[in-house]
Design a protein around this ligand. Structure first.
Ligand code: PMV
Length: 364
């Protein structure tokens, strides 16, 4: 198994490069089994339980990093542009990311970086871009490292990219490679690691190909409680230990479900996971609720529609009020009709986003 120290280069880079530029896109992802709670005693962003997610396709961050050798190598220096314009507000997050990855990227202080980033999600959609943003950034820094050390294997390249993305934002490590990605040590998933996400290596039924995710934008406002605070409240949480075990059990149960395509069983686990995540929030101290009345209206409408039509459609939630509606491609037309006639009224300004499973980061 790979350990944190394996990501520190031990020999000097073999190539010397004055300047260059790379550009990567990385998508968002939606967890089926949720990561909620960290093991701070084991390092930065180590999950308290394993998680598994669908990688999304259309909604992504596109980031380029230009780099040029500089004279003063005392500290790192970078400019941050959002859609081509300087964006000072984003700089502290990038600064923190660079501090975290510095021990693993000895070249950081040799260059000045110009980071230019943009999202494909509509402006102010309330969709968090930290997973896609940190993944896209990590890919670019790995491309620079590979240019300095071209002998690097592809396996190391992607593992370390996911490792770096994790240091930026935990779930970002699941946005690097693969359509179903596991993050966190899981006994029955070979190669799984707390340090980086790995593509799920088991058999996957064709029903999951092009699986659809329609994101209903219920509330686009700023969240009252950040994920960082939420994760932290799992320390000394009365149900935490049982919850962490349950995540292992749910992943175990999903392994044969991915193979046999039993959507009824899939739905039970996915919806239970979403409600468990929010139950953990409601039973934290202090407690909090991120769902809104319309979140519950949508859930009830999905249950009613599923009961009446037997369509295998279900919901999941991330740490917010928006609802991800998940369904196989073969019922796309009827589900979209249902969403337009029954659910759009619960969305803020009638807004929703259509996405589907994708394969991770791509170089442009
Ligand atoms: O990566 P973070 O720290 O933003 O946490 C993400 C937590 C959830 O989205 C709620 C669950 C998950 O596994 O993505």
């Amino acid at each position: 198994m790979t350990a944190t120290n394996d990501f520190i280069p031990i020999t000097p880079y073999t190539h010397n490069i004055e300047k260059g530029i790379f550009q990567w896109s990385a998508p968002s992802n939606i967890a089926l089994v949720k990561y909620w709670g960290k093991r701070d005693d084991l390092g930065h962003q180590i999950p308290a339980n394993p998680s598994i997610s669908f990688t999304l396709n259309h909604y992504k961050t596109i980031t380029s990093v230009a780099f040029e050798k500089k004279v003063n190598q005392d500290n790192w220096s970078f400019d941050l542009l959002f859609e081509g314009q300087p964006k000072e507000e984003f700089k502290p997050k990038i600064q923190k990311f660079l501090e975290r990855i510095a021990p693993f990227m000895p070249f950081l202080k040799d260059y000045h970086f110009t980071i230019n980033t943009q999202n494909t999600f509509p402006h102010s959609s309330g969709i968090a871009s930290s997973a896609s943003g940190m993944a896209a950034l990590a890919m670019n820094f790995m491309s620079i490292e590979k240019a300095l050390n071209p002998e690097m294997t592809e396996e190391y390249f992607y593992q370390k990219a996911s490792f770096l993305a994790r240091l930026g934002s935990g779930s970002a490590c699941r946005s690097v490679k693969g359509n179903l990605v596991v993050w966190g040590n899981q006994e029955n998933i070979e190669g799984s690691s707390n340090l980086y996400g790995v593509p799920f290596s088991g058999k996957v039924h064709s029903i999951f190909e092009n699986y659809q995710d329609t994101i209903l934008l219920v509330d686009k406002g700023e969240k009252q409680v950040s994920s960082t605070v939420g994760h932290d409240l799992m320390h000394n949480h009365p149900f935490a230990e049982r919850r962490f075990e349950q995540a292992h059990e749910n992943i175990d149960q999903l392994i044969p479900i991915f193979e046999n395509g039993d959507l009824e069983a899939f739905i039970k686990i996915v919806e239970s996971e979403a409600l468990t995540l929010h139950a953990m929030m409601m039973t934290s101290m202090p407690y909090f609720i991120l769902m809104k009345p319309n979140t519950l209206q949508i859930i009830n409408a999905i249950w009613k529609y599923r009961n009446e039509t037997k369509t295998p459609v279900c919901f999941t939630l991330d740490a917010g009020a928006n609802v991800h509606v998940l369904y196989p491609e073969n019922v796309k037309e009827s589900v979209l009709q249902f969403i337009q006639s029954e659910l759009v009224g619960y969305c803020q300004n009638g807004q929703y986003l259509c996405d589907q499973i994708g394969f991770g980061a791509a170089t442009l």
